[in-house]
Design a protein around this ligand. Structure first.
Ligand code: HEM
Length: 238
């Protein structure tokens, strides 16, 4: 068996059979790889004539010059020249804009308005007499002066409210509470006339339509005379 193997190996056809033989024959002269398949001759020039031209600092080509990848296709990336590249985009339209010229696209304040401002339909503030400003009213209402004209808070039906519609005795109801508005008339920024429109009646709606942001409950707290109640069926005031 051994002699058979030896003769087979020395024939030089293959070396793989030696490893798979399963025999521990150390005397076997296992052929080297060099004998069977010599290394490929990848050193093209052995450094004799082109050694001087080559820059030794250059990195090796990738893929390698003789690689299968390079042989198979010619898709090796190349650097394109300017003429081969895609042309640059056209300049943006804004680039042709002259600075400060078109008024329509400018952020500057327009020199004139298109329409004349319209007057407010809802009336406007009146000039208050000196000493009748908001701070004067605030001072008066917290001064302790009696602005109610009644000793106790009353339950007031609309028929009673109606009786207090004179300038020197004006009551009005706002949000279910009845106030003596006479002391406030001269302090009202909308004017006496406007405020007298609600004298003797419920002014909640008109007030809300004019200036819902005004806190009448606070401004008139010291003028409160009572609460608005529905008209009683029986004729019995108070
Ligand atoms: C007694 C309750 C009322 C109080 C406490 C009161 C208070 C005020 C206050 C504080 C302002 C100034 C508002 C502001 O500067 O923004 C004002 C303005 C005015 N109020 Fe009254 N108001 C009352 C009732 C009324 C009523 C019932 C009317 C309408 C019938 C009225 C008509 C006006 C008008 C037309 C202005 C001017 C609005 C403007 O600035 O253009 N107010 N009122």
């Amino acid at each position: 068996m051994t002699s058979y193997l030896r003769s087979w190996l020395y024939s030089g056809t293959s070396s793989s059979a030696a490893a798979g033989s399963g025999h521990d024959d150390t005397s076997l002269d296992v052929p080297t790889l060099a004998r069977i398949s010599p290394p490929p001759d990848d050193e093209e020039d052995e450094g004799d004539e082109t050694e001087t031209e080559r820059d030794n600092d250059l990195p090796p080509a990738f893929p390698a010059l003789n690689s299968a990848q390079r042989m198979k296709s010619s898709s090796v990336p190349k650097f394109l020249t300017d003429s081969q590249l895609m042309p640059p985009p056209p300049p943006p339209s804004l680039a042709i804009r002259q600075p400060g010229v078109p008024a329509s696209s400018s952020l500057a304040v327009p020199t004139r308005t298109e329409k004349a401002p319209t007057k407010s339909k809802k009336g406007k503030k009146v000039e208050l007499a000196p000493g009748y400003g908001p701070l004067d009213w605030a001072a008066l209402k917290s001064s302790g002066v009696d602005l109610r004209g009644v000793d106790t808070l009353l339950r007031i039906p609309p028929s009673v409210l109606k009786q207090h519609r004179k300038r020197d005795d004006a009551w009005s109801a706002f949000n279910g509470k009845v106030y003596n508005i006479t002391p406030y008339l001269q302090y009202h920024p909308g004017g006496e006339k406007e405020l007298m429109r609600v004298a003797g009646r419920d002014g909640t709606k008109l007030f809300a339509e004019t200036h819902a942001w005004v806190n009448a409950e606070f401004m008139l707290d010291s003028c409160m005379v009572g609460f608005l109640i529905p008209e009683p069926a029986a004729r019995d005031s108070d």
